[in-house]
Write a protein that binds this ligand. Structure first.
Ligand code: NAD
Length: 294
């Protein structure tokens, strides 16, 4: 353990610059968190409006800290300037780690990962923030699978302490140690988990969403389920939670889980969640899911 810790602390100091692919709910959150902890980060997306959303969200969060007297306006400016939004790969050749946080679709992820591996330096770590897709499977798109790991943050990134660091079949110890150290540097609590669809947390969470989905299909009111789970003591119920996660991310993740565990994840989300998703109700990200948002 001591050896890994030593390796890990050396690894963290090797990370001078990071990049995140995707400026959505997760990519924006990861960029904010890295910048807040002093790490310069490039944030790349294919849509300028997403980059704007990501920067606005970071600004809003930092603004709240200024209001609470926890941050000076000058420090807020410094933090924001550590995030470099971009639509092209520009200087990805200098980044020590690239964290992929694009849509939860294996084919899209594989093509984006291969694209970025060709541009990054040979020893750069490439990490995926996938919720459900096997790291070993995604690694088949790469020439240097030893440098590839899972780095699974939770939503909202600035509030959730946990990061699952996922060891794919070919991930090297050094890549795992550096990723663990980076998570710590970002103020998070890393846990190293083995690779399988859904890793650890989502193997628990997706069957819960599946059970909720079936209950609603059977005619139970989603808001009543939420209220009941809140009284049970959980911070929010499943309908609100899937709105926060994004129904698209949920539906895509459920398909991966159903394929990975056909014995336990049969009815993916073919009840209420997929029905709303088909109506483009994606949750908080576009203003309506189970609930409506201003
Ligand atoms: P999102 O829909 O909010 O954002 C995805 C972003 O990726 C969009 O801005 C999109 O424009 C961008 N994108 C698509 N193709 C791209 C490309 N080729 N290059 C660069 N950017 C591209 O999704 P999200 O909720 O941020 O999820 C991103 C990833 O994080 C998914 O793999 C998801 O499973 C995972 N994740 C999500 C949550 C959650 O609660 N939402 C939690 C943990 C992990």
């Amino acid at each position: 353990v001591k050896k890994l810790a030593k390796k890990a602390s050396q690894g963290a100091s090797d990370i001078k610059e990071a990049a995140v692919l995707g400026a959505g709910i997760m990519g924006g959150g990861i960029a904010y968190q890295a910048a807040s902890k002093g790490l310069p980060i490039i944030m790349k997306d294919i849509k300028s409006e997403q980059l704007e959303l990501g920067m606005n969200e970071a600004s809003k969060l930092l603004g709240k800290e200024v209001e609470r007297g926890k941050l000076t306006p000058a420090k807020m400016g410094e933090t924001l300037s550590r995030i470099r939004p971009t639509l092209n790969y520009g200087d990805f050749g200098n980044t020590d780690i690239v964290i992929e946080a694009v849509v939860e679709n294996p084919a899209v992820k594989k093509s984006v990962l291969a694209e970025v591996e060709a541009l990054a330096k040979d020893d750069a770590i490439i990490a995926s923030n996938t919720s459900t897709i096997s790291i070993t499977e995604l690694a088949t798109a790469l020439k240097r699978p030893e440098n590839f790991v899972g780095m699974h943050f939770f939503n909202p990134v600035h509030r959730m302490p946990l990061v699952e660091v996922i060891r794919g079949e070919k991930s090297s110890d050094a890549a795992i140690a550096t990723t663990v150290a980076l998570a710590q540097k970002m103020g998070k609590v890393p846990v190293v988990v083995n690779d399988c669809p859904g890793f650890l947390v989502n193997r628990v969470l997706f069957p819960y969403f599946g059970a909720f989905d079936l209950l609603v299909k059977e005619g139970v009111d989603f808001a009543a389920i939420d209220k009941t789970m809140e009284k049970f003591g959980w911070p929010m119920g499943p309908a609100y939670l899937i709105d926060v996660v994004g129904l698209d991310t949920g539906v895509h993740g459920a398909a991966v889980m159903a394929q990975g565990f056909p014995d336990r994840m049969k009815p993916d989300f073919k009840g209420s969640i997929e029905h709303l998703f088909e109506q483009n109700r994606l949750g908080q990200k576009n203003g309506a899911g189970f609930y409506k948002y201003e």
